[in-house]
Write a protein that binds this ligand. Structure first.
Ligand code: NDP
Ligand code: 2IT
Length: 453
């Protein structure tokens, strides 16, 4: 290790010691911050102003965290209570922006990691958006339509005081899709008597944008194509392993199929399906309907199509492939699974989910020299089109699907260029450093301009 590398490592360790002490019992938040600190520490050590202004210390402290109870009534007339949060992390470059997650695993640590990541991701899009995240430890699985509606309505009774088109604009994430956004928006409208862009991911009939539903998955595939171009290659003829079968996974699969790749797997929390022939448009439509409308389990796919295997309780990373796209949740690729992917010859890992790879797995991908795109770059297409939805709402007009898709492609290309600019390392690109430094600089400069705020 060179002297510069060892002084960076020492500075990261010192910084992390303080952060862990200030934020005990928040492992996901520690993990996300460490990954960023490893990239940006050399920039900070090289900049007296950033040190004197404690930019990194301030950037790792959320502006505020709201915690509230959501009481709702189930179908049996019993009162139920959940805990909800909104972590407004940083609004230096624009109003807070980021999704809401409904899942029993949601904790403050999870939402702080997501809010922190969102700050950098939103910065990379080049649009005026700060970072936030929110959600609740509510489990939508097994709940009736009416129970979900009552929960959303109740949550908005508190949340509406804290959001606004120039303040904080939530959207969807795990467990929050078009249905939930509709209920949330309807309740906001009733409470505030205002119809305005306070949420994104809205239905097309009430201010939503074309291509927002598809944007994260499509954007992730556009990013993979940009990476492959740097090696004179393309997605045509490649095999792909995808995890998840929700919003991000479905549209990543659709775009991969469109671009000529063979998608071998999809999954949910019960296991994964392996289709050696690969999915096609009709098979994917079955999954979309199964997940978006019938809310069924992924094994139904294996029951319907001959030759498809269902692997109960397993993750798909041992299936040999050229491209891996994790599109389910955080830490779904363990360090061992990262090594298995590498041993099996994976060429591209492009993260649709947020922080899906354990930190040592990230290090293994980077050191191997494969094309590895970290989530904050690869999945930024979703929030980017959310930003475009905000613009359309502010202008009170609506752009065509082609127009939005074209803008999405341009944004993903620009993010790729920033990763190359800040992450070039000899003849390779370290996309982790590129994304972290690219996202960091814009926010740091804005914070510095504001003085001690
Ligand atoms: P959805 O709720 O639509 O789908 C989530 C999928 O992941 C489901 O198949 C779900 O399976 C699976 N999953 C969730 N949690 C777990 C778990 N703990 N273990 C195994 N499988 C799990 O969410 P999205 O597709 O919107 O989000 C997926 C990922 O992409 C998340 O990391 C999210 O933060 C990220 N993301 C989403 C964006 C968006 O615009 N929606 C934008 C950028 C990133 P099951 O149904 O069985 O729970
Ligand atoms: O993680 C993410 O970027 C999202 N869930 C989308 C956020 C948004 O505001 O569209």
């Amino acid at each position: 290790m060179s002297t510069a590398e060892s002084s960076t490592r020492n500075a990261v360790d010192r910084f992390m010691k303080g952060l862990v002490k200030r934020n005990p019992d928040e492992p996901e938040f520690h993990q996300a911050v460490r990954e960023v600190a490893e990239s940006v520490m050399p920039v900070v050590l090289d900049n007296k102003r950033y040190q004197q202004e404690e930019i990194l210390e301030r950037m790792t402290e959320p502006d505020r965290v709201l915690i509230f109870r959501v009481t709702w009534e189930d179908d049996k007339g019993r009162f139920r209570a959940n805990r909800a949060w909104r972590v407004q992390f940083n609004n230096s470059i624009g109003p807070y922006k980021g999704g809401l997650r409904f899942h029993p695993s949601v904790t403050l640590s999870v939402l702080k990691f997501l809010g922190f990541e969102q700050v950098f991701k939103n910065s990379l899009t080049g649009l005026p958006m700060g970072g936030a995240k929110g959600g609740a430890n509510f489990n939508p699985k097994g709940k009736s339509e009416h129970e979900v509606m009552r929960f959303c309505h109740s949550l908005m009774i508190e949340l509406h005081r804290h959001i606004g088109e120039d303040t904080d604009v939530p959207a969807g994430d795990i467990g929050v899709g078009a249905r939930e956004i509709g209920y949330l928006f309807g309740q906001y409208k009733r409470l505030e008597n205002r119809v305005t862009g306070i949420l994104t991911g809205k239905g097309l009939s009430f201010g939503g944008s074309h291509v927002r539903t598809e944007a994260t998955g499509f954007g992730c595939v556009y990013f993979a194509e940009e990476m492959l171009k740097t090696r004179g290659d393309s997605l045509e003829g490649k095999t792909a392993v995808i995890s998840g079968s929700g919003n991000v996974a479905i549209y990543a699969a659709q775009k991969l199929i469109d671009m000529g790749s063979r998608v071998l797997t999809m999954s949910d929390s019960s296991g994964f399906v392996h289709d050696p022939e690969g999915l096609d448009g009709e098979k994917l439509e079955f999954i979309r309907d199964l997940k978006e409308n019938r809310r069924g389990r992924i094994n139904e796919y294996a029951e319907k199509y001959p030759g498809v295997e269902f692997h109960s309780g397993e993750r798909p990373w041992y299936v040999p492939c050229d491209i891996a796209m994790p599109c389910a949740t955080q830490n779904e690729i363990s360090t061992d699974e990262a090594q298995t992917l590498l041993d099996n010859g994976v060429q591209v890992v492009c993260e649709g989910a947020n922080m899906p790879t354990e930190l040592d797995g990230v290090h293994a991908f980077v050191e191997s020299g494969i094309l590895y795109a970290p989530s904050k770059a690869a999945n930024a297409g979703g929030v980017a089109v959310s930003g475009l939805e905000q613009s359309q709402n502010a202008l009170r007009l609506s752009w065509s699907a082609e127009e939005v898709d074209q803008k999405l492609k341009t944004i993903m290309k620009n993010i790729h260029e920033q990763c190359v600019k800040f992450g070039q390392n000899g003849d390779k690109v370290n996309y982790v450093h590129g994304a972290n430094i690219g996202g960091f600089v814009r926010v740091a400069e804005a914070m510095s301009a504001y003085g001690a705020v």
